[in-house]
Design a protein around this ligand. Structure first.
Ligand code: SF4
Ligand code: SF4
Length: 438
């Protein structure tokens, strides 16, 4: 794609990066076929190619974002299916991240939406506050029926519709909190390695059992696990809301505590059980590339970050229990398959450990979770969830496995089939307890 940035514009490293990305796009449109919003809405401006044009115009003309641009960028799930499909290697992720920051900086949203986004950005990364808000939301659930119903086929959500979606996501009960930051879990038997396990923010409130399963499996296989004290939310949630000051501050804080831990006690890896977080931590090196103090440390942390399945694959798991040929529908989270290019590995691990793993039709399509997307774009998110659940039902599974808490909550909202994390099944297969079922 031809671009016309001025030399002055290109002096800005972000614009220089955007220029490089835009020039790689050859308008072929292959990406449209796998873009969930284009598949659903059929509008070129809701396709990757359409959005790339909109972002080019906004950045090149140095214009404030228009309502139309914001509408189509907001509808993007950042699922990155387009990056997997693109034959030219267009880094859509870094382009849309930049567009979201520009929108957050230069566009004034209606007051209600500003307040909602500010509340999400404040509450979600703070587990104590998130836990409290979930309890409040549970109390507010009886009000769901009183809120206005969405207009049929609406893809432009009202504030009430978004509040309704938020209340509907609150679980019926919250589990007891898991272990606190600063905890160290010793390896059973001879120690073969030492890792940090990201505690996460929403995940530690909604499903502490996931990290408990990871700790149980790792320690049983000779790995010492530390939950690093003073670790924060990885920044993914605010990063996807375009609030990069917040996201980068969290990244710097995490880099400081993780590298201190690595220097003082040694770390072979920083393990992540929520693939949405893993994708962003692996990108810290890029996000902080212009930061004189943190560029090098950020690159080190990104190199240490591993999805839990990547690390576990190197451990030679010892299967102890067979499960009567349980059929598992494996839901491949977008952040794992498109963001981190980890597609087959979790399925291979499950198969090797006694499960019958089935691919879900249209597995490249997002389930609609996408961070805060299922709150901010509830109607598109619901349509994607229903499509995902219908595809899952086609393989008639006993359980559904996924590697990301957002997907797990989203899918569980549309099916009675139990949804578990891949690591819970692997822990169970290698001597841990049977996963709790939703
Ligand atoms: S990230 Fe996903 S929703 Fe956004 S343009 Fe790419 S494929 Fe479409
Ligand atoms: S597939 Fe890649 S090169 Fe083709 S239009 Fe999409 S982003 Fe551009």
């Amino acid at each position: 794609m031809k671009t016309e940035f001025s030399l002055a514009q290109l002096a800005d490293p972000d614009i220089a990066e955007a220029d490089k990305i835009l020039r790689a796009c050859v308008h072929c449109g292959f990406c449209t076929a796998t873009c969930p919003t284009y598949v659903l809405l059929g509008d070129e401006l809701d396709s990757p190619r359409g959005r790339i044009y909109l972002i080019k115009e906004m950045l090149e003309k140095d214009r404030p974002p228009t309502r139309e641009v914001v509408k189509h960028i907001d509808r993007c799930l950042s699922c990155l299916a387009c990056m997997t499909t693109c034959p030219s290697g267009v880094n859509y992720m870094h382009l849309v991240d930049q567009a979201r920051v520009r929108i957050e900086r230069d566009y004034t949203r209606p007051l209600g939406e500003r307040l909602l986004r500010a509340a999400l950005a404040w509450v979600l990364p703070r587990p104590d506050l998130f836990r409290f808000s979930m309890k409040l939301a549970r109390l507010g659930r009886p009000l769901l029926a009183l809120l206005p119903a969405p207009k049929a086929a609406s893809v432009t959500p009202t504030l009430w519709r978004r509040i309704k979606a938020m209340l509907a996501l609150a679980p019926g009960r919250l589990p007891a909190p898991g272990a606190a930051g600063g905890s160290v879990f010793a390896a059973l038997g001879a120690r073969r390695g030492r890792v940090a396990l990201l505690q996460g923010c929403a995940q530690q409130v909604l499903a502490p059992r996931i990290n408990q399963a990871a700790i149980s499996l790792l320690t049983r296989h000779g790995i010492e696990v530390v939950l690093v004290k003073d670790e924060q939310c990885c920044g993914a949630l605010t990063h996807h809301l375009g609030r990069d000051d917040d996201a980068l501050a969290r990244a710097r804080a995490n880099i400081a505590v993780w590298l201190k831990e690595a220097e003082e006690s040694g770390l072979d890896a920083i393990l992540v059980t929520a693939s949405g977080c893993g994708t962003v931590i692996k990108d810290y090196g890029f996000m902080l590339r212009e930061d004189r103090e943190f560029a090098g440390p950020a690159a080190k942390v990104s190199a240490l970050a591993r999805d839990i399945t990547e690390y576990v694959a190197g451990l030679s798991l010892r299967p102890q229990q067979q499960h009567g040929e349980l059929v598992i529908a494996y839901h491949s989270a977008c952040s794992l398959q498109h963001g981190q290019k980890i597609g087959e590995l979790p399925k291979e691990l499950l198969s090797k450990n006694g499960f019958v793993v089935k691919d879900v039709p249209e597995s490249h399509l997002c389930c609609g979770s996408a961070g805060t997307y299922n709150i901010l774009q509830p109607d598109i998110a619901s349509r994607l969830r229903d499509r995902k659940v219908a595809n899952i039902a086609m393989v008639k599974p006993d359980m559904i496995a996924a590697g990301n808490i957002g997907c797990m909550v989203q899918i569980a909202g549309g099916t009675s089939v139990p949804v578990v994390h891949t690591i819970e099944l692997l822990d169970w297969a290698t001597g841990g307890p049977r996963p709790e079922l939703n």
